[in-house]
Design a protein around this ligand. Structure first.
Ligand code: CP
Ligand code: NVA
Length: 309
């Protein structure tokens, strides 16, 4: 019997050792890319990308990355597929995974991607669900490492909505032994059921965002209204008004602190323009690193570990 494929549905699906390996490969792959050296371990391989939500970075980084690795990527927007006419996700998984080597999905509930993976013959990658965004945090951690070294023992301040990106940071903190300070308005904080049993050594909640930023090594935020929650937009704008990451918040952080945002950003809402466009911001490196980190992930899922030179 063929062994079950490995999937990347949540950051915690991979061990610390595997994630460290991916970071090492990301660096190697990025260096070769910067030197314009061909590296094509995925020749004749195909990635299918299923998008049930909009995307700029995820789409371009996976498609460009797959092409650079020698393979091809097929883009499937929900509206153009039979998913929009009610084809069960299990059937879509069975069919697509007989034709391609790896699948990336951006969808709504985590349960959808889990059902897809359960019926897939090939590895499945989470390209964002309502619950998690593991590819983003791979790139974010790699970006921190590039600029400042290991995150272990550091403090990350998460200001704003306790959303998919925030929960993925919490998973990363447990794996890499750092701390996340979470601060958002009432009604948009961490859900007790999702943090029940989580090790409190790795996160703490703050009513005051300034206190959450105190001494932080990294300050990060995200949109107030994630995809799928648009109907709540006006209520959210009012609730989050005091949670814009601005210069006074950055001044509370460590002098060497970085600012990150997974993008797309709304200047004047979750982040002030002088922060995202300021000297502590590494958002463009962060966006670029999506591609390098995901190339390492694709290589690992399709080829397994390769000898590191
Ligand atoms: N950060 C991120 O996933 O961006 P996209 O929605 O543009 O893919
Ligand atoms: N939290 C955002 C991230 C977008 C990349 C969303 O889910 O819409």
């Amino acid at each position: 019997m063929t062994p079950a494929p490995r999937h990347f549905l949540q950051l915690s699906d991979f061990s610390r050792d595997e994630l460290d390996y991916l970071f090492a490969r990301t660096g190697w792959i990025k260096e070769r890319f910067k030197r314009y050296e061909l590296y094509q371990p995925l020749r004749d391989r195909t990635l299918a990308m299923v998008f049930e939500k909009a995307s700029t970075r995820t789409r371009v980084s996976f498609e460009a990355g797959m092409n650079q690795l020698g393979g091809i990527a097929i883009n499937l927007n929900r509206g153009d597929t039979q998913l929009s006419r009610g084809e069960p996700i299990e059937d879509v998984a069975r069919v697509i995974s007989r034709m391609v080597d790896v699948v990336m999905i951006r969808t709504f509930e985590q349960s959808i991607i889990e059902r897809f993976a359960a019926h897939s013959r090939v590895p499945v990658i989470n390209g964002l669900t309502n619950e998690y965004h593991p590819c983003q945090i791979l790139a974010d951690m790699y970006t921190y490492i590039e600029h400042r070294g290991s995150l272990s023992g550091r403090t990350v301040a998460w200001i704003g909505d306790a959303n998919n990106v925030c929960y993925t940071w919490l998973q990363a903190a447990a794996v890499f032994d750092f701390r996340v300070h979470v601060s958002g308005p009432a009604g948009y904080r961490l859900e007790p059921t999702r943090i029940a049993g989580a090790d409190r050594a790795h996160f703490a909640e703050f009513d005051d965002p300034m206190e959450a930023c105190r001494g932080a090594d990294l300050v990060t935020t995200d949109v107030w209204t994630s995809m799928g929650y648009e109907a709540e937009n006006e209520a959210r704008k009012a609730a989050f008004a005091d949670f814009m990451v601005d210069a006074p918040m950055m001044q509370m952080a460590h002098p060497d602190a970085l600012f990150m945002h997974c993008l797309p950003a709304h200047r004047g809402e979750e982040v002030a323009a002088d922060v995202i466009d300021g000297p502590q911001s590494v958002v463009w490196d962060e966006a670029e690193n999506r591609m390098h980190a995901q190339k390492a992930l694709l290589e690992f899922l399709v080829c397994g570990r390769v000898e590191v030179a």
